[in-house]
Design a protein around this ligand. Structure first.
Ligand code: 6PG
Length: 247
């Protein structure tokens, strides 16, 4: 599948363009169905998008019909500065009129992270019919190593074909994380990557190219194997190593 690559000059215009498109997608979809499932990413890149959604589009989305899930979570308390739950609440959910029963954070209070992963899978299975969750829209970032969500290159989690949620030990702080598995991500109806900065250029080049089977970056697997539509929002700096034809 060809990658729908949208290149914007800088992170601010990227975030604004993505927010505009995402709001239009939510509004169009929700005309045809009762509710909308949105899976949000952590990390720094989506902060601007979340803030724009809250500040400029807060009244444009029928939040009472939107259910928010997480693609991954650092295994820290939800009030920890590293928490993706805290990030999305501070930048978006505390600032829009979403019923809190529509907000479905990944739990991080279980003594055993594996129990938290199972508990979240139960939450997902209560919302989505089997065999896999089919999120209406998933937001994803990409690390400099081509990871996405908390699926890192070489991780055994990349081989998971049964569970919807799993535990990983990431080569990043904090190491313990929960993440949607690759099959759970690939079934989504629509995926939007947000990638900005020169430090992402090599991983983006390799991911858009698809990599080789043996060393395919996890983001490449999503870009090229997703069941639904994939839009990759990137800024000029991240796109700087793409072939001219791509950019
Ligand atoms: C996380 C994210 C992770 C993130 C990438 C990019 O929990 O950190 O899910 O996959 O999207 O690491 O992070 P930045 O946007 O901060 O570069």
């Amino acid at each position: 599948m060809s990658v729908d690559l949208r290149i914007l000059p800088d992170p601010e215009t990227l975030s604004r363009a993505a927010a505009t498109a995402i709001v239009a997608h939510v509004r169009l979809t929700i005309e045809k169905q009762d509710r909308f499932s949105l899976a949000v990413a952590g990390g720094n890149t989506p902060r601007a998008l979340y803030s724009i959604l809250a500040a400029e589009f807060g009244g444009s989305i029928p939040w009472e019909r939107v259910h928010v899930f997480w693609t991954d979570e650092r295994y820290v308390p939800h009030d920890n500065p590293l928490s993706n739950y805290r990030l999305v609440c501070e930048t978006l959910l505390d600032r829009v009129r979403i019923p809190w029963e529509n907000v479905h954070p990944m739990p991080t209070g279980f003594p055993q992270p594996d129990d938290a992963a199972s508990a979240y899978e139960t939450v997902l299975r209560a919302y989505f019919p089997p065999p896999w969750p089919r999120f209406d829209l998933v937001l994803l970032g990409m690390g400099t190593d081509g990871h996405t969500a908390s699926l890192f290159p070489g991780s055994p989690a990349l081989e998971e074909r049964l569970r919807w949620v799993t535990v990983v030990t990431a080569p990043a702080e904090p190491p313990r994380r929960l993440t949607l598995t690759m099959p759970a991500i690939l079934q989504s109806a629509s995926l939007h990557f947000l990638i900005a900065g020169q430090e992402k250029a090599a991983a983006l080049r390799d991911s858009v190219a698809g990599g080789t089977d043996r060393i395919q970056p996890p983001a490449a697997a999503v870009l090229h194997s997703a069941e639904g539509t994939v839009v990759c929002w990137v800024d000029d700096a991240a796109a700087s190593l793409l072939s001219p034809a791509r950019s």
